[in-house]
Design a protein around this ligand. Structure first.
Ligand code: ANZ
Ligand code: ZN
Length: 844
């Protein structure tokens, strides 16, 4: 077969007939099959992209043949740093490079044989798209979910922009692997933390890959604890150092998950960034040392601080805190193991119950007071081993710190209380507050780069001075009016970032000079652009109505097509994209824009492809370009090979020679078409019929569960079987092609159309809209079995018999068997033992 010619022909015919275009308004069984759209920044679609797309497409084709109106859109996530960095690398302007990449990507995406609905394609850098990205920003602002704040942010010195926490992996920029540093900048944030609890709880109601749910749960990081105030005293104010003097109302609030250990708090520790340090500066007797420590700490990233081998710190001499449980005066330290951005940025240290505090106390010679003892060990001792373990534990408890729960000691009136119970009683006793804390941070949305949607905001200094603004918490700020959207990204020559902390757009007065929407004085447009993750956080909504220029999408279509039925993509997006999409879906639901609050009912993460056992990378030069393989072997062969090398959700190892097995298989599929019976009435033998139905069942179930590799194995076994038949009924061959269709869409269509007498090809004629084969359950269950016949317990024969036969029938069958007859005479038969559907034993 001439693969290239066939593929070209079918791409054309399918598109012309609209085989993969659902009828948006009239569809009866809408099924939204979505795959994460690619960012077209690199040299082109690589085999990893294709792997994911093929797996998603097989599912879509399968669902389509099962009678669903499948919608499988495609587009490009072409705004953002990935694309911009690539453009800079190849010395091209991002806007021009986008057009080049777009062409190349769409060419490749058409080649891989996916049933895309091309009419609905979209690109995030298209002004008709980002008009709505900006519109979303405006809605976020109007609903109080977008705000500005000065913050020490992650700064990538190489990309010269800020990064969201999610984009920093192990202290490095997720894109360029440069070490990330801290920088204080005014930034826009989206208030995702407001949705932390919902994002966490609703994980229960969606059918997603387990590892992604776990990653999201950890990322959100819920902790239940208490806020407790430690008043500060200041020793320089009084001659009696031991007494100290209260400094008005100055107190440090700490967050703890273990208020039960409060009596064991022997010092407190502040993050070096804690704001109270500035306020009490005058009272610190070793200020120089403290300031040096703070300077050093500022240079480190959060990651470095957390992973530091040895604890460091400085005491704020002259200042003490009062432990509110026992009124004890305890030292105040600063240390970078306490993070600024978590809890209150201050902790009470309980070295006897917390390993990090213990380490710190050991190093700086601070007191350790045990307040929790494990519940009496003897009660659980059952054997020598337990006893030994118990003894060991007791020793360790005595020597070091014990982090578990148990019984309180040294805790005043709470001594001997159960520590779990004491948690909230002690909190109450000292006037603390219960507090639920999340690890999740607000989403940093602004980027000081060029290639993105300009943030549609205007700042008016005059209004700001007058305390006026669209939202009272942000004087001077106004959203761009809906009629003025989109704020077009201008074509500027000098688009490169300079690392000055401002966007390249800030160098273009023509862009940023604006009129205040309120007072009409000269105002300044925001020059930052929004994070690419905003572009991709809502694209699935636009796909259903991409040409709508009156609204973001039609509600009617949304009710018909959304939420997405099946979403497939990489697990690396667990906490970035996949969390942002869920967040916005919830916001839209609250704004009454949509009728659902989870965007994807089902999500499956695909595995990764490696090359000869190693990760594919440009530096190793082992990146597989699908183009060459498609040219040489055809798209069908590459699709099937990719799906065959391992379970789709686990990935596999790409070996150049591996594809040959598949090409031979496809050639044999073609070859057996010569054996199709002339007579239309020809049928299969009973046993072949059974085998066919078993195969349909297995391929159906495997495909539904994305076990494509084993479905392909079954196709191969079925082909072997058909090859052995003298003749193949036409219907059987058609069934085979239908089972093959999702996997090898071109060849199966070509062979299927052999039977067509029509001159023109219409939508209804396509194999891909034919009905997926059904299996007959009765046939699937084997109807016969092998009856084991014994004489005096020894096997003398096995005879094929019908399932469910009676003892008498089995006896009759056995007595016809010559070998059995040789060993028995009916006269001295004492007993017959019969096990239905298994065995018969004649005892003589
Ligand atoms: C006293 C204590 C005693 C604590 C004890 C733990 C064990 P999770 O579960 O992660 O929420 N902590 C609070 N704020 C912190 C910050 N900004 N930087 C570093 N550590 C901080 O952890 C909560 C616990 O982590 C809190 O409870 C606090 O230490 C510490 F036996 O308070 B704990
Ligand atoms: Zn104004």
């Amino acid at each position: 077969m001439k693969y290239a010619a066939i593929e070209k022909k079918w791409n054309k015919l399918w598109r012309k007939a609209g085989v993969f275009e659902p009828d948006f308004k009239r569809a009866k069984k809408p099924f939204y099959n979505l795959m994460m759209f690619p960012y077209p920044s690199a040299e082109g679609l690589h085999v990893g992209n294709m792997y994911a797309f093929t797996g998603s497409d097989i599912y879509g084709r399968f669902k389509r043949m099962q009678g669903n109106d499948v919608f499988e859109p495609i587009g490009l996530d072409g705004f953002g740093i990935h694309s911009e960095n690539y453009a800079m690398k190849v010395g091209q302007h991002p806007a021009r490079q986008a057009k080049i990449s777009e062409k190349n990507f769409y060419r490749q995406l058409e080649m891989i044989g996916n049933g895309f609905s091309w009419n609905e394609k979209l690109e995030t850098y298209d002004p008709t798209y980002y008009k709505w990205t900006q519109w979303i920003f405006v809605q976020m602002f109007k609903h109080g979910l977008a705000y500005r704040k000065k913050k020490a942010v992650n700064w990538c010195p190489s990309c010269m922009t800020v990064l969201a926490d999610e984009q920093v992996i192990g202290g490095e920029c997720e894109r360029c692997l440069t070490k990330v540093i801290n920088k204080d900048l005014e930034q826009w944030f989206f208030r995702i933390t407001k949705y932390a609890e919902k994002l966490l709880n609703d994980l229960e109601k969606i059918d997603w890959s387990g590892k992604v749910k776990i990653a999201q749960r950890n990322w959100i990081g819920k902790s239940e604890g208490a806020l407790i105030r430690f008043p500060l005293v200041f020793s320089l104010l009084t001659s009696d150092v031991n007494k100290g003097a209260r400094m008005g109302n100055v107190a440090v609030e700490i967050f703890t998950t273990r208020p039960d250990t409060l009596f064991g708090a022997t010092y407190i520790v502040l993050s070096p960034d804690h704001e109270i340090i500035e306020k009490v500066k005058a009272q610190i007797s070793n200020l120089k040392e403290v300031e040096n420590y703070i300077l050093d700490a500022k240079k480190k990233t959060a990651e470095e601080r957390e992973e530091a081998m040895e604890k460091t710190g400085a005491e704020l001499k002259g200042i003490y805190a009062i432990n509110p449980a026992n009124q004890e005066k305890i030292p105040v330290w600063i240390s970078d193991y306490v993070l600024a951005g978590y809890g209150t940025g201050a902790i009470m240290a309980v070295p006897a119950s917390d390993a990090r505090d213990f380490e710190f106390a050991k190093k700086f010679n601070l007191p350790v007071r045990k307040v929790v003892l494990p519940k009496p060990l003897f009660s659980i001792v059952r054997n020598a081993e337990d006893l030994a373990a118990g003894a060991k534990q007791t020793l360790r408890v005595a020597g070091e710190c014990y982090e578990g729960s148990g019984e309180l000691i040294n805790s005043g009136e709470f001594s001997s209380m159960d520590s779990e119970k004491a948690k909230w009683e002690i909190t109450k006793f000292v006037g603390g507050k219960r507090k639920t804390q999340y690890r999740l941070r607000d989403w940093l949305i602004s980027r000081q780069r060029y290639w993105g949607p300009p943030i549609p905001m205007i700042y008016c200094e005059k209004c700001a001075d007058a305390g006026k603004g669209e939202r009272k918490e942000m004087p001077g700020w106004y959203a761009v009016l809906a009629k003025d959207l989109p704020v077009k990204l201008p074509y500027i020559k000098d688009f490169r970032p300079r690392g000055s902390g401002v966007s390249p757009l800030a160098r273009y007065p023509k862009f940023f000079k604006a009129k205040c929407p309120k007072c009409s004085s000269i105002a300044r447009r925001e020059t930052d652009v929004s994070d690419t993750f905003l572009d991709s956080a809502w694209y699935y909504l636009r796909y259903i109505d991409p040409k709508n220029n009156k609204e973001i999408f039609s509600d009617k279509l949304a009710r018909k097509w959304l939420p997405v039925d099946m979403y497939i993509g990489g697990a690396e997006h667990s906490v970035l994209h996949l969390l942002y999409v869920r967040f916005l879906a919830k916001v839209f639901n609250d704004m009454k824009l949509t009728h659902f609050d989870e965007p994807f009912l089902k999500f499956r993460a695909h595995g990764l492809i490696v090359k000869d056992g190693a990760k594919m990378s440009k530096s190793k030069g082992n990146v597989v370009n699908p183009d060459q393989f498609i040219k040489k072997f055809g798209a069908d062969a590459l699709r099937m090979y990719l799906m065959f090398i391992g379970p789709f959700e686990e990935g596999g190892d790409f070996r150049d020679q591996g594809i040959l097995g598949i090409t031979r298989f496809l050639a044999r599929v073609e070859k057996i078409s010569l054996k199709i019976s002339k007579s239309l009435k020809a049928g299969l033998s009973e046993s072949s019929e059974i085998f066919l139905h078993q195969s349909i069942k297995k391929i159906t179930e495997d495909t539904e569960n994305l076990r494509y590799n084993t479905a392909i194995s079954q196709l191969m076994i079925l082909l072997n079987h058909l090859e052995e038949l003298p003749e193949i009924p036409r219907k059987t061959y058609e069934t085979f092609l239908k089972l093959l269709a999702p996997y090898a869409p071109y060849i199966s269509e070509e062979l299927y159309q052999m039977f067509s007498r029509k001159k023109t090809f219409g939508k209804k004629d396509s194999l891909h809209l034919s009905v997926w084969p059904k299996y007959n359950l009765k046939k699937v269950i084997e109807e016969s079995f092998y009856l084991v016949v014994q004489v005096n317990g020894r096997v003398r024969s096995t005879i094929k018999a019908k399932r469910g036969i009676s003892q008498l029938e089995a006896e009759a069958l056995a007595k016809k068997d010559n070998n059995v007859l040789k060993y028995m005479s009916t006269e001295n038969l004492k007993k017959v033992i019969f096990v239905p559907d298994k065995l018969i034993n004649f005892v003589l």
